[in-house]
Ligand binder design. Structure first.
Ligand SMILES: Nc1ncnc2c1ncn2[C@@H]1O[C@H](COP(=O)(O)OP(=O)(O)O)[C@@H](O)[C@H]1O
Ligand SMILES: [Mg+2]
Length: 187
């Protein structure tokens, strides 16, 4: 059992009993995993979300690599406008988006994405790194993100303008569903 999965199970004391169960609010990490699993349901879904982000960023070229049907590693590189350095601390925080600013904007949507959920949800179910460079920046930077979408490390990179997303070990913290996901991914 992985360290991350053990964290979700800590404090689970309601086993099989006919006694009425007490109600407790789920721990925030568990809520995050469950809600993220509703947004990101499969490898295909990860690829779709990343492609939509690339198209929204004006990309004209997409390079996609999958290892073990995407379960071990998904790498997607685009030549879109990239993410400004000042926006990177919030790029994968839930409900942060550059596509709408208030609910009136929903009336005039011109992008695939607008909920600000995809990157944050992917971080909750996989190991994520982002490399980005805008036209104004001299070099690209690689960011490693944690379970909650926060940057935990960064270093200079050699890639050109655009964004590259590296997703590793997707769904590894959900052992019960992994077999089903693996089978679906091969279809
Ligand atoms: N490939 C990309 N190129 C440039 N910016 C991106 C890219 N992917 C994501 N972003 C930025 O990160 C933000 C969060 O992405 P996401 O979580 O998919 O939410 P949404 O697409 O709904 O805004 C986007 O609003 C956008 O500003
Ligand atoms: Mg999106």
């Amino acid at each position: 059992m992985s360290v991350v999965y053990e964290r979700f199970n800590r404090g689970c004391s309601q086993n099989n009993s006919s006694v009425p169960k007490i109600m407790k609010q789920l721990p925030p990490d568990t809520v995050r995993l469950l809600s993220s699993s509703q947004v990101i349901t499969s490898v295909l879904n990860v690829v779709k979300e990343l492609m939509e982000n690339s198209l929204d960023a004006g990309a004209t070229s997409l390079d996609i690599k999958l290892e073990n049907y995407g379960l071990d590693r998904i790498e997607m590189r685009d030549n879109g406008h990239g993410i400004k350095a000042e926006d990177t601390p919030v790029m994968a925080l839930t409900h942060f988006t550059s596509k709408i600013f208030c609910h009136e904007d929903l009336e005039r949507l011109e992008t695939y994405g607008f909920r600000g959920e995809a990157l944050g949800s992917i971080c909750a179910v996989a190991e994520v790194a982002v490399i980005t460079k805008t036209e104004e920046e001299d070099i690209s930077t690689q960011y490693t993100l944690n379970f909650t979408g926060q940057i935990v490390s960064q270093k200079p990179s050699h890639l050109g303008q655009g964004k590259t997303q590296i997703i590793q070990s997707v769904f590894s913290e959900q052992p019960k569903s992994k077999t089903a996901l693996y089978n679906n991914s091969r279809r």
